[in-house]
Design a protein. Sequence first.
Length: 247
Amino acid sequence: MRNTLILSLSLAALTFTATAGAAPAAVKPNTLTSAEKKAGWKLLFDGKTTKGWRGFKKPEAPTGWTVQDGILARTDKGGDLMTDEEFSDFEFQTDWKLEEAGNSGIIYRASETESAPYMTGPEYQLLDDEKHPDGKAGKDGNRKSGSLYDVYAASKNVVKLGDWNSTRIVVSGNHVEHWLNGEKVVEAEIGSPEWTSRVGASKWAKVATYATTKAGHIDLQDHGAKVEFRNIKILDLTKAPAKKAKK
């Protein structure tokens, strides 16, 4: 089963690398191709509403999140926006764009048991690396775009400031990958000696609940800046056809 899963991830990586940066007209935004549908991908944003999303510990989506012209955006304060559903092993993809000097993030496997999503879920950092202070903060650049916030620095600087960026997050068991614009920029194993050492040197050192959940919500962070998302989709690896075929 693991070999099948690795093959699935490899094929998806090739597809993502080949299509990242492609002309938007090639595929209508907020839709799935026939190949994606067959593979088991699911849209998390329909391009028209916030259906499937709500606030952290809230029954509805915060008013600070709006939908216009096929774009889901944080335009005013109101708190984080998170999926109704929880996911354990998955591939997540989205396009995003930040305002100048902006800061946001995508938190995954987030639980509502603590006071904030980042108390449980690791964060994929979204940042204007040049104009936001976090671009120079942290250790070895571990708060720049694509980084696993404050723990693993993105290995390459491939963010497109002021433009659309393509993100992919892979989570399979304890294995985590962050991709940015077709490049793998973070690879980590939750609970490994390296992970433990890095977390111990981070702001999460005394947060016992950090990255301990095996399943949780996808959370879009309200960090005070305008951030836009489109083409938000997920492949649940626990339900993917390629994984079932091994049985």
